[in-house]
Ligand binder design. Structure first.
Ligand code: SD4
Length: 321
């Protein structure tokens, strides 16, 4: 809400004192741009997050309620109910959430609960821990009043039975395995939070956990700098602690776009002989600038701000032929 060069007082945040090459840059007032961005084109999720922000809600509430839309969406077979199962036919969910103060919570390989992000928030707010896994996470969810729900839909079950005929584990670029939602939001106070939630790679080993619930890998927030989140083959994101890396690169002065590009390049450097997999990063900084980068063409990210509700195509390391 910056009108004709006039920025009203509540919309000003004093940015951090920044030391670059030994020189101290004096604090400047920065206009706050509330917004929500998420991996892929999940417009209903960003619409929900924007509604929360418009009603004065916190970035934390916005990202939680935003990603919950996809957790409940049975047509999204990579998140929540309807997610594809592991190779034994069990749907196991991973999620994490991180707030402006660096508080965080996560659940790993949890079954039978539609909204792992909300359980992750409870871990963050109601326990001395950061991560709960498997049966312990599920038990904790019941204690907190979450309902037991069978997450395997008929569609996902039939596809799994079909897969079992060959049992070949082969993630397919951009489709099928990649619809994890990672979301970052800035609220009216200029505070940043993030969430990430997934059913992981389809037909994974039982007990496999990827990057999505791992703070620093699938998601990282530093309210002084910005936030980043990831989608794609989680093993590769974990190997570079991708989201933490991107936030640290922004701290050193890179734009969100430059930082995402460097994050992908670090992954490429560790996979010189095989880039036949997809990774997508998105990032936002304290000024509300956003960026994204991926390995293969096809990745997009959704943004909702006062500038509109936009699906941005992401630039990629490998260009479209
Ligand atoms: C994982 N990063 O479990 C997730 C998968 C993903 O869209 O992003 N799917 O490795």
């Amino acid at each position: 809400m910056v009108t004709a060069g006039l920025v009203s007082a509540p919309l000003l945040a004093s940015s951090q004192e920044n030391k670059k090459n030994g020189t101290t840059i004096s604090p400047m007032a920065t206009a706050i741009k509330p917004m929500a961005i998420c991996t892929w084109n999940f417009k209903n999720a960003t619409a929900k997050a924007w509604e929360v922000l418009q009603n004065g809600g916190s970035a934390l509430d916005a990202v939680e309620q935003g990603v919950m839309v996809e957790e409940a969406n049975e047509n999204n077979q990579t998140v929540g109910k309807g997610g594809r199962p592991d190779r034994d036919g069990n749907v196991t969910l991973d999620a994490c959430i991180m707030d402006k103060d660096g508080n965080c919570g996560a659940v790993l390989a949890m079954q039978n609960i539609v909204h792992p992000v909300s359980v992750a928030r409870k871990v963050m707010e109601d326990t001395p821990h950061v991560m709960l896994a498997g049966k312990g996470a599920e038990q904790f969810a019941y204690e907190k009043g979450f309902e037991k729900v069978d997450l395997l839909t008929e569609k996902s079950k039939q596809q799994w039975l079909e897969w079992k005929k060959t049992s070949q584990y082969k993630p397919i670029i951009n489709i099928e395995n990649h619809d994890t939602i990672g979301m970052l939001a800035i609220d009216k106070n200029g505070d940043i939070s993030g969430a990430c939630t997934t059913s992981g790679m389809a037909y994974k080993y039982a007990g496999r956990v990827g990057d999505s619930p791992i703070i620093g890998a699938g998601l990282f927030i530093d309210n002084e700098v910005g936030g980043a989140t990831a989608t794609g083959v989680g093993e590769e994101v974990v190997r570079t602690v991708g989201s933490f890396l991107i936030v640290e690169l922004m701290r050193q002065g890179k734009s969100p776009q430059e930082a995402c590009e460097e994050g992908v390049k670090r992954i490429i450097a560790k996979n010189k002989d095989n880039t036949d997999f997809q990774i997508g990063f998105i990032a936002v900084n304290k000024k509300g600038e956003t960026g994204s980068y991926c390995i293969h063409p096809g990745f997009t990210y959704r943004q909702y701000s006062e500038d509109g509700h936009i699906n941005h195509p992401s630039d990629s390391y490998i260009k479209r032929k």
